[in-house]
Design a protein around this ligand. Structure first.
Ligand SMILES: *Cc1c(COP(=O)(O)O)cnc(C)c1O
Length: 715
């Protein structure tokens, strides 16, 4: 059986042959993203050629393919670099060779399906929060030695890139990904040609090949329809994340779900559980049911049995975010599948309606996933409640509190998100194996004994690094926009490594209420320009067709005429995982003001917490269960229909908290020049939130409550 592993080994060996021989360990390390969350991984590759490393978005395969010979020779003669490479390789190997977790059979993995994965900035198959969560999930599964495989799509153009023009309007562009430059390999069969599978889409057969990307111990299989055998439109199926054309998007989901299960079969992988991360992959259990029907089961029985194996996580409390399709489009798309299931497509479409018999209701992927899974949940406690109300119609005879939708609150993969200085600080104070014990509250009690000076020093270092990064980026961005010279010069002078730094980075959707920050321009300007100044970093993309959200970004840019705004506010173009890492590591305060109850969870704030950032957020999503009065700041989280009134009230609360609490606490220093009350709050935040909002705790809840444990798996 060929599952792509030999293909990756061959790719690494070929790369090793093209570079000086002593660098061979780097070529092997390059083909497994495990380096990316090892504390010494990124710096190792950076030191081969720092300029090239940035040029190729920290993609080590690309780096080693393209670095000038002079750099490679220098690296090959750098004993210290070679020693670090040898140590990193030994660490990675030891990690990969650990025994599997006892709770699961190593050869019956959990199969995790998601339309996007945010593994690393160099693998552009993600758009935002869903992908970042999926990436963190996969890495945590690797760290916990859980038998786990991940399935997604190899988008040839990824998600759009963002450029803002001088008027503040967002433009989108797409960049082709060259798969030969990625740390992945096409899965080939015994004869050396690519393994392909066939996916029935409408009246056509779409041929799909499979890329394998190694994420620690977890293989990520990415399906790719860009093959000459497919017609030109079908080749577009794996072009872009969430393509605009609904027919193509439906085809993406069929390729992901049906194709994903077929790919697992072709690779000889027998999952114990299917985990559908968001409804996009809802066709996967149907494909499992089809197999059972093909071997004689009745459809109802087959679906019952498949349900027992399927776990579903919903992420979207915004009704419009739950994809729906007109029934006739779905009927057209699944005509062959229905034929193989020996039913009329209307029997399948019914399962995707809230009211099954309402012929006018479109087909919804979330309803479909809910009906095909035995365990379903939202991504925070509050989102669980919202989801039970939202989908109550599927269980009309059940009281809303008994609707079978629970929740597992999201968490973040700590080693991915903590900055180097904070990581070292925790190594010193939380005990050597603190990452293994990250979900245990006792681990984090040790933060109480971190001395003020040490904690403050680490915070200041991470802020200063962010300020350097943001200044350089903003000068470049403003020059690139052909902005006014005075505004460009303001960027050069901008940002003070000692000033209170607030981050606000998230999708520029209207409900995120970016404009609350400028609700009362005078008060905002006073905060920015006071003698205890506040500086703000902003980033985020608006959906290409969301002109309202783009208008919000533009309205914000209209404020740039005030000199203090030019110096104290930076918008970073093209928010991605790399920018997110800088921001969450360096910002003192992480701000979030969504309109309740539309924030399912949010995870960027958790990333900031792990770095000693403090939350200032509406009590929605994860913060509704995280805030305890001492570990950050909160704005009220009530649901209200008068949006203008709510905005005015929240803006008032926001200004008050900033003016009366955040700014004084940050700037009041003791005799040693240290803000001790601020540091006390950071300790409270780490102690109370550290154990609860890590991916370690999240994955433990899924393994204990949702995945099928060893004992119940039939051999
Ligand atoms: C973590 C992350 C997100 C999710 O952030 P929210 O808190 O949900 O806004 C989105 N995009 C990127 C690039 C991230 O790293």
């Amino acid at each position: 059986m060929r599952d792509g592993r030999p293909d990756l080994e061959r790719a690494a060996a070929e790369l090793a042959e093209r570079i000086p021989e002593p660098l061979a360990p780097l070529a092997r390390l390059a083909y497994n993203y495990r380096w990316s969350w090892h504390p010494n991984g990124p710096s190792l590759f950076r030191d081969v050629d720092e300029h090239r490393w940035k040029q190729c978005r920290e993609n080590p395969v690309h780096l080693l393919q393209e670095a000038p010979m002079a750099s490679l020779h220098r690296a090959a003669n750098d004993d210290w670099l070679l020693e670090r490479a040898a140590r990193l390789e030994a660490d990675v190997r030891a990690d990969l060779e650990r025994p599997w977790s006892d709770d699961f059979e190593w050869d019956r993995p959990v199969a995790f399906f998601c339309a996007e994965y945010g593994i690393h900035a160099s693998l552009p198959v993600y758009s935002g929060g869903l992908g970042a969560l999926a990436g963190d999930f996969v890495k945590e599964a690797s760290d916990r030695a859980l038998p786990f495989v991940a399935i997604g799509l190899m988008y040839r153009q990824g998600y759009f890139r963002q450029r803002i023009d001088a008027s503040g309007w967002q433009h989108e562009y797409w960049v082709d990904t060259d798969p030969d430059r990625l740390p992945g390999a096409l899965v080939t069969g015994e004869d050396g040609s690519p393994v392909t599978i066939e996916v029935p889409v409408a009246e056509r057969t779409v041929r799909v090949q499979i890329w394998r990307v190694e994420v620690g111990r977890v293989p990520l299989f990415l399906l790719d329809a860009d093959l000459p055998e497919n017609n030109l439109m079908d080749r577009w199926i794996s072009s872009r994340l969430y393509v605009g054309d609904p027919g193509t998007r439906l085809a993406q989901y069929i390729v992901l779900g049906v194709g994903g299960v077929r790919a697992l079969r072709a690779l000889g992988i027998r999952p114990c559980t299917l985990h559908l991360n968001e409804g996009h992959a809802a066709w996967a259990p149907l494909e499992l049911a089809r197999e059972q029907v093909a071997s004689g089961a009745a459809l109802g029985e087959a679906i019952e049995s498949v349900r027992g194996q399927t776990v579903f996580t919903t992420h979207t409390p915004v009704p419009a975010g739950n994809d729906t399709y007109p029934a006739d489009e779905v009927a057209h798309a699944i005509q062959q599948l229905a034929g193989e299931l020996e039913v009329d497509s209307s029997e399948i479409i019914r399962l995707g309606r809230t009211h099954q018999d309402d012929e006018h209701e479109p087909f919804g992927v979330t309803q479909f996933a809910l009906r095909l899974s035995h365990t379903a949940g939202g991504v925070s406690r509050r989102h669980g409640e919202v989801a039970r109300e939202m989908w109550h119609g599927l269980w009309p005879d059940t009281p809303v509190e008994n609707v079978p939708i629970g929740h597992v609150t999201n968490g973040v993969h700590i080693p991915t998100w903590v900055g180097g200085p904070v990581h070292e600080l925790f190594d010193r104070h939380l005990g050597a194996d603190w990452l293994e014990r990250a979900a245990d509250p006792a681990t984090w009690e040790a933060v109480d004994s971190i001395p003020d000076e040490e904690l403050w020093d680490v915070r200041c270092r991470q802020r200063a690094e962010l300020v350097d990064f943001a200044r350089a980026r903003s000068v470049r961005d403003r020059l690139g926009r052909n902005d006014l010279p005075s505004y460009v010069e303001a960027a050069v002078r901008s940002f003070d490594p000692e000033a209170l730094t607030i981050g606000f980075a998230r999708r520029a959707a209207t409900y995120k209420r970016l404009l609350l920050l400028g609700h009362d321009p005078e008060r905002t300007l006073a905060l920015l320009g006071g003698d205890r100044p506040v500086q703000v970093l902003l980033a985020g993309k608006a959906h290409p067709r969301d002109d309202e959200a783009k208008g919000t970004l533009q309205a914000l840019f209209n404020l740039k005429g005030a000199p203090v705004v030019g110096e104290r506010v930076i918008f970073l173009d093209d928010y991605d995982l790399a920018t997110a890492a800088w921001l969450v590591q360096g910002c003192d305060v992480w701000l979030n003001v969504p309109r309740p109850p539309l924030e399912a969870s949010g995870t960027s704030g958790m990333k900031s917490v792990m770095n000693g950032g403090l939350q200032l957020s509406v009590l929605d999503g994860w913060w509704a269960e995280g805030y305890d009065g001492s570990n950050g700041w909160a704005l009220s989280g009530e649901v209200e229909h008068d949006h203008a009134a709510q905005d005015a009230r929240h803006a008032g609360e926001l200004y008050r908290v900033l003016e009366e609490e955040v700014v004084p606490t940050f700037y009041d220093r003791n005799a040693n020049g240290v803000p001790s009350a601020w540091l006390e709050r950071i300790r409270a935040s780490l102690r109370t939130l550290g154990p609860r909002f890590s991916a370690t705790r999240m994955l433990a809840e899924y393994t204990a409550g949702a995945y099928r444990p060893r004992a119940t798996v039939d051999r």
